[in-house]
Design a protein around this ligand. Sequence first.
Ligand SMILES: Nc1ncnc2c1ncn2[C@@H]1O[C@H](COP(=O)(O)OP(=O)(O)OP(=O)(O)O)[C@@H](O)[C@H]1O
Length: 678
Amino acid sequence: MKQLNANIGVLLVAAATTLAVRLFSGKRARVEDDENSDKSVKDVEKAGTPVEPVTLKWHNITCILKNKSGKQVKELLKNASGAAKAGRLLAIMGPSGSGKTTLLNILAGQLPAAPHMKLTGLLYVNGTPCSSANQKWAYIRQEDLFFSQLTVRETLSLAAELQLPYSMSGPAREKYVEELLSRLGLVSCADTRVGDEKVRGISGGERKRLSIACELIASPSVIFADEPTTGLDAFQAEQVMETLRKLAKDGHTIICSIHQPRGSIYFKFDDLMLLSEGTLIYWGRAQDEALTYFDELGYKCPEHVNPAEFFADLISVDFSSPENESSSRKRVASLVATFTKKKGLLAGMDITVYNTTREPSISGKGVTSAAKKHGWLKHFKLLLKRAWWQATRDGPTNKVRSRMSVASAIIFGSIFWRMGLIQSAIQDRMGLLQVAAINTAMSGLIKTVNVFPKERAIVDRERAKGNYSLGPYLGAKLLAEIPVGAAFPLLFGSILYPMARLNPVLSRFGNFASIVTVESFAASAMGLTVGAMVPTTEAAVALGPSLMTVFIVFGGYYVNSGNTPVIFRWIPQVSLIRWAFQALCINEFRGLKFECHNSYDLRTGEQVLERMGFGGSSVRESLTQEGRILLFLYWTTYILLQKNKPRYQELKFSSDFAHSSSDAELLTTVNEALPSTD
Ligand SMILES: Nc1ncnc2c1ncn2[C@@H]1O[C@H](COP(=O)(O)OP(=O)(O)OP(=O)(O)O)[C@@H](O)[C@H]1O
């Protein structure tokens, strides 16, 4: 049985490595040369991209924040109405805090649910009233989140495999991916890793275009982009906006929020919506019409001035002095009032085109809409491949972790150098085993809490899109991380053990390695639980070590289990450090004989264990308890991830609301304000 325990860690590693090697020995995403890629692109272009034209209309969207007593504290949006149509790029502009992202989130059905938020309004898709939450539209967010160790092509291929119907053949899917790479200008960086803050990868503009490419896989009719140019230099920003403009020309409905674009970008917009403090100041055609509208109100844009900057100055409240604030507030209030009155200005220009559901210009709907998706096993394999790449390719992190394992083993090994069997070595042994248990647990925990919250954000987004469920993701992640996760505690143990001259029997060393490996996985599992519990990396980094400190205090060394106050007796039962320490002590002390010079000296290891309260237990029992904690933490992580998935405020279509205001009247109001088509 001892042999069995000794080999648990080794078997786990061997099984996971074999599985991973078998899985990935197959063909990786095919890298075509440029010539083939160009040919594929042309083929796909000939076939046409299937986009179902969609016109969105929204009416009187109001979003209010209330306090606990139900009193209104802030109006994020006030009666916002508008429309966006296929083939056009609508830009939502306004000062910071004016409600651009809120409006975009509401229309995309992705406004994070808040307990005291009230959202009302109507949304029409091709003339049919509907709830925004039911739509699977593309949403390009401000932060582009990716698995850093995958190349651009791998990221896109995996997204395609997860999202495209299983009936699509491998070559057709690869062709589709190549077409997207080419369309988004990503061919030159297709084999570059995405990278992160530690390792430089693709540029900011390329990241943004990769985000767009990933969102385009399912060929969505409507694409939302929240400040897609933020953080990019002028050239990259121009390229990203040009991509969106081209997508609009391909028949997509594009709605983006943007903050003071430069002139050349402004002239790419078809329609413009100006917001200030949640209210509409202008909505209609961009460019000349918008300039003429404000010109007629007495606000002429000077020549050679970027209209976007002119509008930003016009609709912003100037807080530089009380006088400036008062005068700018008056100006904004009069612009709001004028626009509200002049909505009729645009009436009758081209109402019918928005009021009817047109036939798709290119046959077919979004490629995934009606198609069946892959099953659990296929998702598991894909996610295992991704998790394996992410875990094994992260050279800098793995290098740092292995150096830390070697360094700490050498430091502790030097401090506890070649312990003998004299009486004082009993305390040294216990101290070393406690230090080994704490070190293993802390490094497993810290590594996980530092990376898991970021990964969770990506997974939440993918799950919200319905790409896969939680089971295959978590199963694949845990399996893929076994070899790398086991390598560091094994490295630490194999250096420390001989240096400190712990019990020199091979099976005891095997037990030692198994105990620290299982403990490391339990600590990692605790990191996952903490990461699933709190929303950010910062919160996880603050909470994880604090909880672990409690486990250290009740880890069996500082407080004897017999002296633990009754109300805290449950803590040692769930402390992963206590069970690891207990197992390490039993493994080390059982059978040892110490030199005795006094009658009160401890003669045998069994006497030491008795004194520590570990007398009646065995390595196997302690390891089983550790295994139970590990499984419990995995299960808790699963439950928390299920429970804490992002929830969105739904803009429900309320028939009461529609009828009370007369549906026809509402539609007319929206249609009246619609900009005409070309
Ligand atoms: N859940 C919320 N709770 C409290 N205030 C909120 C919430 N969501 C948004 N707000 C507030 O609503 C206002 C509009 O926010 P929003 O993010 O939509 O503005 P924005 O125009 O996109 O700003 P920016 O250009 O800076 O991103 C801000 O004052 C913001 O602080």
